[in-house]
Design a protein around this ligand. Sequence first.
Ligand SMILES: *Cc1c(COP(=O)(O)O)cnc(C)c1O
Length: 367
Amino acid sequence: MIPLVDLQAQYARMKPELDAAVLAVMQRGDFILGSDVADFESEFASFCGAGQGIGCASGTDALQLACRALEIGPGDEVILPAFSFIATALGPLLAGAQPVLVDVDEHSGLLDPDQVVAAITPRTRALLPVHLYGQLANMPALRAISEKHDLALIEDAAQAHGAVSGDEAAGRAGTVACFSFYPGKNLGAYGDGGMLTTNDRSLAERLRRLRNYGSARKYHHQEVGLNSRLDSLQAAVLRVKLRRLAADNARRREIAARYDAALADLPLTLTRFGGIPVYHLYVVRSPNRDRLLATLNAAGIGAAIHYPKAIHQHQAFSAEPLGRGVFPQAERWARECLSLPVFPEMSDAQVDQVADALRAGLADAAA
Ligand SMILES: *Cc1c(COP(=O)(O)O)cnc(C)c1O
């Protein structure tokens, strides 16, 4: 059996430090906005090369908080890719704004800057690119567009802790970046968690208020906020794991390179990852995706689909303007994408086993 990610193996690798970190929080009792939260915020911001880190309860909340702090709400539009996890669209929606979808690049699955300009209206307030699968979106092109049209640039960096490309890095490539620490992400908590990073001090201050009932001082509430904080217990776990993140991301790149070589001659479309990605997922595409997935799963390989539907195809949006578009590349990605197992504890032999199973599955599909 080869799982998609192996959280048990990860715990076993870091157990003494994780146990001690969690125990120390319980002994101190500073469960809400305790010292581990403040320490983790500054450590994670430094890791990204950003000035400020603001913990929150989830990646979805980070996206909502980013919109609220930028005063993006009812009557405003936010441009985002038609192919992503649904939370990318939920962030602006929960803030009261209208998500506007744009199709993705055929090769990378990333927001296509060439199609962004046509979607800009007088109501557009922000671009919200996603660093899908751990590869940086085309930030130079998107920044040029955002500057020209005076738009905020919000990164959905939920899959890209540590991703870089040229001079750009996830967490400091836009106005504000939104991270998730869902357990399966490259940096994952033992529950839900999220973080915003920014170089804008006043935006950071506003975010700190908004995540804490709109108050900077206890029982003095300047505005209507959320209860959306990162737990001290989660921050303690994340501090331990952050120390391994660079090495873990490097191991993910080794695994991806091994897949690239092993799969090069197969009738599959490999994702064209640019820059130095962190391979949150290793995704290939095939018109026979559903059969390949069944074959791999039957062989005990935890392959999966990220994602089976483009954003506009979800039932949740059937009555919404964003349910009415046609985005051929996003729909094709949704039909053909297949995620292979990739996690730092994965051995070379396991990579070869997945590649062999895929080769056999493709031979069956062709027969
Ligand atoms: C995981 C994820 C989110 C949401 O994060 P949560 O912490 O689960 O709320 C948002 N966007 C993308 C691209 C994600 O992968």
